[in-house]
Each structure stands twice: as structure tokens, then as C-alpha cells.
Design a protein around this ligand. Structure first.
Ligand code: ADP
Ligand code: MG
Length: 206
């Protein structure tokens, strides 16, 4: 498995454009249980990613992901910037070098990236955050079998839905206590959108 420059560009561009296209929806989710800025935050970050798309597409995959992470940290105010930044920077760091990009290598890098993000936010599954999508996606990456993009996409969607009944115990939504139940977590939804974008691109390639 190797990503060419064209596929790398398509992946990064699709992720960024999807988030920008869903910015209003993400902000509305955050209005219900947060401070109505998640879509605004991510849009600012991913528009900055789009502005450097040529460089990101041409760089080796590990460098590109790391750079994308640092851009998000710099541009996104709020909790989600450092968290998505940590995720992408750790993924990038673990995918540096010239070894071939195997499924195993991808899994190990993703495992390190999810662990670093959990650490950064001191969050565990069940607390109604983006971690509630990242952890099931990681599990699905590990599972053997055909149709990986389809499986991961479906798992991410189900995981985002499953945050609706949860009571938040991390992040701004936790200030609402029991009133946070009944709404999808905005970060879980943005995570689903990003994962879905990657899955759609990979599905088209195979
Ligand atoms: P802020 O909460 O600072 O306004 P955003 O609105 O951009 O930042 O992002 C909110 C999202 O970030 C939440 O929906 C949740 O998924 C995620 N989040 C917040 N705090 C944490 C945390 N400690 N660990 C993991 N994810 C978190
Ligand atoms: Mg917010």
C-alpha cells in the first residue's frame, strides 16, 4: 500500500472540504451542549490546511500529517485544536520514514495517535467526546476482513450516534451534567465526518 501524491492530496482535501461543508451543523451541535463554536473553530483550521494543500500533498505522508496537526493547533481555538493537533501530529510522527505503508504500520500509528489524544484530553470512552468515535474506529481497523473502508465508516457513524444518550463528563458539555444527554457530541460528529472522508476516498481507490 503506497499513497501517491494525487491520493494524498485527495485525502487531505476531502477531509478539509467535508469539515468546512458541515461547519454550520457542527456549530449547531455545539450550541446545544457547548458554546456554539465547534464548526467555526474547525472551519478556520481546515481552511488553513486547504491554503497549504500543495505543500501538504507533495510532502512525505508522515511530514504532511504532522504539519496538518501543527496548523490545526495554531488556527483552532478551543479544546478541539490541541486534540486534533495531537492526533495528527502523533500519526505523522509514527508514519515518518521510508518503510512501506502496510496495514500493520498504519494500525500501530493510529493506536499511538489515539492514545496520545486520550492522554492530552484526559478522556476515556463513555465521556461523550471525540474519543467515543476514535476508539471504536481503532478497534475496527484492527479487525480482520474485507471491506475495511465500509466497515470503518459504518462503525464511526454508529459510534457518533451512540454519544446521543451519554451524559458528558469531559469538556465543556460536562458543565451541563444530565442536560447534556439527548444531543450528539459535536467532536464525535466531526470525527465521524473526517473518518468518513478518508473511507470514501479509499473506497474509490479500490
Ligand atoms: P471548546 O469545547 O473549547 O469550545 P470545541 O467546541 O471546538 O472546543 O470542541 C468541542 C469538542 O471537543 C467536544 O464536543 C468533544 O468532542 C471534544 N472535547 C472537549 N474536551 C475534550 C477532552 N478533554 N477530551 C477529548 N475530547 C474533548
Ligand atoms: Mg465549543
Amino acid at each position: 500500500m503506497e499513497l501517491g501524491t494525487a491520493l494524498q492530496r485527495k485525502l487531505i482535501e476531502t477531509m478539509a472540504r467535508r469539515v468546512v461543508a458541515h461547519a454550520d451543523e457542527l456549530t449547531e451541535l455545539d450550541r446545544a451542549i457547548g458554546d456554539a463554536d465547534h464548526g467555526v473553530n474547525l472551519k478556520r483550521g481546515f481552511e488553513a490546511v486547504l491554503a497549504e494543500l500543495d505543500g501538504l500533498a507533495a510532502a512525505p505522508l508522515g511530514e504532511a500529517l504532522h504539519k496538518m496537526g501543527t496548523t490545526l493547533v495554531m488556527k483552532i481555538g478551543g479544546a478541539s485544536g490541541p486534540l486534533y493537533g495531537t492526533l495528527l501530529m502523533t500519526l505523522g510522527k509514527n508514519l515518518r520514514g521510508t518503510e512501506p505503508l502496510t496495514r500493520e504500520r498504519l494500525y500501530v500509528a493510529a493506536e499511538a495517535a489515539v492514545a496520545a489524544t486520550k492522554d492530552r484530553g484526559k478522556a476515556a470512552p463513555g465521556q461523550k467526546t471525540m474519543i467515543d468515535v476514535l476508539v471504536p474506529v481503532l478497534e475496527e481497523l484492527r479487525a480482520e476482513g474485507e471491506g475495511l473502508p465500509q466497515r470503518v465508516r459504518a462503525r464511526a457513524a454508529a459510534a457518533a450516534e451512540a454519544t446521543i444518550p451519554l451524559v458528558a463528563t469531559r469538556g465543556r458539555a460536562s458543565f451541563l451534567g444530565a442536560r447534556s444527554a439527548g444531543h450528539m457530541d459535536p467532536g464525535a460528529r466531526s470525527c465521524q465526518i473526517l473518518v468518513g472522508a478518508v473511507c470514501d476516498c479509499l473506497e474509490e481507490e479500490t
